[in-house]
Design a protein around this ligand. Structure first.
Ligand code: PLP
Length: 387
């Protein structure tokens, strides 16, 4: 496919990589599953990951029969603490996953050193971090492999979509072989995707945002529409039918188009984040420190609030496009954490963040409206380091 080669070349160019190291998938989670499989992850193995992620990450590990081993995060970067990662390594550990939570890269250097000493693979979850950097290189440059998402809310979008980037050459051949068994998206799925692009383009605005988001989530939870996650991915650990799916040509074409605006969007995101930090500092509320800005792509601006329900109600009234990522340690799961092997008493920071997190929109052209909204709910925002 000519367009497939073009898309891979564009992605590789942005990531300063080779296009033969880029592998395209229906969703980011499928890229993670493929990487874990190519690394030989199987029953009895352990995979370390942050205890503040999306449920589809532990799902990919569980689908291979392996055990997710969670590590608590810190409340400044929302990434896993390196000392806690060290403590979690056992002789069964096969892979460590680090994550660009909300767009911020983790401290990958120390992680790679740890992995080398213990002969482990590393994967960077760059689903939030496309466009961010670590030590002057694009996120995803240092680990054995990385994976990215191009789902609705991601740095650039193809509706649903994702890809893997391989750095460790030994993985390339097994990934290629594995991909021979990728299922093709059905005509119905592709049509639904086209319909969703249409609705987003012509109907999504500040006025319709909350109604459409709620309606979309309801439909996808009940498997009535092509959703970011199907019902069974959120309520069980069963692998959905036709999970291992390749990308469609419609996603590729939309990706090529949307990738062209990425530099402008990244500048806007950082500018808005800076406005939010200045405002939040001026009113002594929690904020993302400027020392983290250099590497941050600010897919979302994380903010801890005292009463999330109240804040969301106010946002809806004032037509603010607020996000509620990650509203749980394994977003968006709200109960039954045991089936994912997660216990609330062992990960206090991750559970705390899951209860109090909201995200400010960083791609807005009206950040002053967002600051005015924050001003109106000041008492509901957590104070600077009050937690
Ligand atoms: C941290 C994290 N990892 C992985 C994924 C999976 O990406 P996708 O929805 O493209 O499968 C997500 C989804 O938002 C995520 O937030």
């Amino acid at each position: 496919m000519k367009n497939e080669q073009q898309y891979k070349a564009l992605l590789a160019n942005f990531l300063k990589a080779n296009s033969e190291d880029v592998f395209l998938y229906w969703k980011g989670r499928v890229a993670l599953y493929a990487l874990l499989k190519a690394m030989g992850v199987k029953k009895g193995d352990e995979v370390i990951l942050p205890a503040y992620s999306c449920v589809v990450v532990p799902n990919a590990i569980i689908y291979l029969g392996a055990k997710p081993v969670y590590v608590d995060v810190d409340l400044e970067t929302y990434n896993a603490d390196i000392q806690k990662i060290k403590d979690a390594v056992t002789e069964k550990t096969k892979v460590i996953i680090c994550q660009n939570t909300f767009g911020l890269s983790s401290n990958v250097e120390e992680l790679i050193e740890l992995a080398k000493q213990n002969k482990l693979y590393t994967i960077e979850d760059c689903t939030h971090g496309f466009g961010g950097t670590y030590k002057d290189k694009p996120n995803g440059s240092y680990c054995d492999a990385a994976f990215y998402s191009t789902q609705w809310n991601k740095p650039f979008s193809t509706g649903v979509g994702g890809f893997a980037l391989v750095k460790n050459e030994s993985l390339r051949a097994s990934l290629k072989e594995l991909n021979e068994s990728l299922v093709k998206p059905s005509v119905k799925q592709v049509l639904m995707l086209r319909m969703l692009y249409f609705v987003k383009k012509y109907f999504l605005s500040g006025y319709t945002y909350w109604t459409l988001v709620r309606f979309y989530r309801f439909l996808s939870k009940h498997n009535l529409i092509l959703g970011s996650s199907s019902g069974e991915e959120i309520t069980s650990i069963q692998m959905p039918e036709n999970y291992f799916m390749g990308i469609s040509s419609v996603q590729i074409n939309v990706g090529i188009k949307n990738l062209t605006d990425i530099d402008k969007t990244l500048i806007l995101r950082k500018k808005n984040a800076s406005i939010y930090t200045d405002y939040l500092m001026s009113v002594s509320k929690n904020f993302v420190p400027k020392s983290l800005f250099e590497n941050h792509s600010f897919l979302k601006y994380p903010l801890l609030v005292k009463d999330r329900e109240m804040v969301i109600k106010q946002a809806e009234k004032q037509k603010i496009e607020l996000g509620d990522w990650f509203n749980s340690p394994i977003h968006p799961v709200q109960n039954g954490f045991e089936q994912w092997g997660l216990s609330s008493d062992l990960f206090p920071n991750s559970f705390f963040a899951g209860c109090h997190m909201i995200n400010l929109p960083t791609d807005t052209t009206n950040p002053d409206k967002v600051c005015a909204f924050l001003d109106s709910i000041l008492d509901l925002i957590m104070d600077e380091k009050s937690y």
